[in-house]
Design a protein around this ligand. Structure first.
Ligand SMILES: *Cc1c(COP(=O)(O)O)cnc(C)c1O
Length: 350
């Protein structure tokens, strides 16, 4: 039995999308699974979910549900620019490194321009440089800034930082997109009103992650600038992203927002990450490399620790960002998971 447990992989810290469906999202799907209802988003669940999101953001935003984050980001970005424009983002942004060129594909060739920045965050000076270094016709015209909240490296932009970036965009006629696949984790950390890190800061469109928050599938594309949502439904349909049984994408949003589970689970995941970071930070060879502000802990580890943890069945990524080890917590991470991982860390570190 001991041997079996040794070889069965332990997935708990690989990614938040290794986790299952949280109880609230699952219950919502069961509740929505009653009778026949109109398809393609013309049902009451979809209407309710859109209303819940308008309440959540305290504004009359326009909302669409798609299957995944790559589609949400790509289609949202495509609606913000034309093919000869460019999208500025951090060099480690998901839209650059993990979407297989989908943003360029769906926008018919819009170029992505990369800027560096500490801990996964873009900085105003680098953005301004990328916008202003060229203004001639030979250069793809900067039209969109895309930021990730929380970032790919587990950090969070403050409301003030976002307001500064939003103002920069306004001055230069750029639109602001936010990849919020882990938006709930950022909110749980900042404990501010959702509006203060979105439309109040100048965000035109947010892709709000459901999957990594505990749903089975689905992301909300939230247009604060309603004009930009024109014909977005056609984009979704053409891209194969219009769910016919839309109620099952929508109902979990109703439950998770109404019950507060969205933020509660995110706060739990963040808390797990904090506890993990605190427990291993002082071990020999362990270095926490980015501020732990969301549900991820990034560490520089010696090969002995990486190999030793993997030999004990722990699965974690080492290809994200600059190649350090990433331990990702989720709604389903338990205290026992943390304790077991920390114990193995301590044993191997010696
Ligand atoms: C997971 C993730 C997405 C969405 O990815 P899909 O696999 O397409 O659902 C988008 N942005 C970031 C930063 C992510 O981590």
């Amino acid at each position: 039995m001991e041997d079996v447990q040794r070889v069965v992989p332990r997935y708990q810290f690989a990614s938040d999308n290794y986790a299952g469906i949280c109880p609230e999202a699952l219950e919502a799907m069961a509740e929505a699974n009653v009778g026949h209802l109109p398809s393609y988003g013309a049902d009451l669940w979809t209407e309710r979910a859109c209303d819940m999101l308008r309440d959540f953001f305290e504004t009359d935003c326009q909302v669409f549900f798609v299957f995944n984050g790559t589609a949400a980001n790509s289609l949202a970005l495509a609606s913000l620019c034309r093919s000869y424009h460019s999208i500025i983002c951090h060099e480690l942004a998901h839209i650059e490194t993990d979407e297989c060129g989908a943003p360029e594909f769906f926008s018919n060739g819009t170029k992505i321009l990369l800027v560096p920045g500490a801990h996964g965050k873009v900085e105003p000076a680098a953005i301004e440089h990328a916008i202003t270094r060229r203004s001639d016709i030979h250069y793809p015209k900067p039209r969109v800034l895309s930021v990730t909240q929380s970032t790919e490296l587990g950090t969070v932009y403050t409301p003030q930082e976002l307001a500064t970036l939003g103002e920069l965009c306004r001055q230069h006629g750029l639109r602001l997109h936010m990849d919020g696949s882990r938006f709930a984790n950022a909110l749980a950390t900042l404990q501010v009103a959702p509006r203060s890190i979105t439309w109040e800061a100048g965000v035109d469109v947010l892709t709000f992650g459901g999957t990594k928050s505990g749903m089975a599938v689905g992301e909300a594309v939230v247009f604060f600038n309603r004009e930009l949502a024109e014909e977005f439904d056609y984009r979704c349909k053409q891209a194969g992203q219009l769910a016919s049984k839309m109620r099952f994408l929508a109902a979990p949003w109703v439950w998770m927002l109404r019950s507060g589970a969205m933020l509660r689970h995110a706060a739990h995941a963040n808390d797990c990450a904090q506890r993990l970071a605190a427990a291993v930070a002082a071990l020999p060879g362990v270095e926490i490399v980015h501020p732990c502000q969301g549900n991820a802990v990034f560490m520089a580890l010696p090969p002995r620790l990486i190999d030793g943890l993997r030999a004990r069945g722990w699965i974690f990524y080492t290809f994200i960002g600059s190649g350090q080890a990433r331990f990702m917590c989720s709604w389903s991470t338990t205290e026992a998971d943390i304790a077991a991982l920390v114990a193995d860390f301590a044993e191997i570190a010696g």
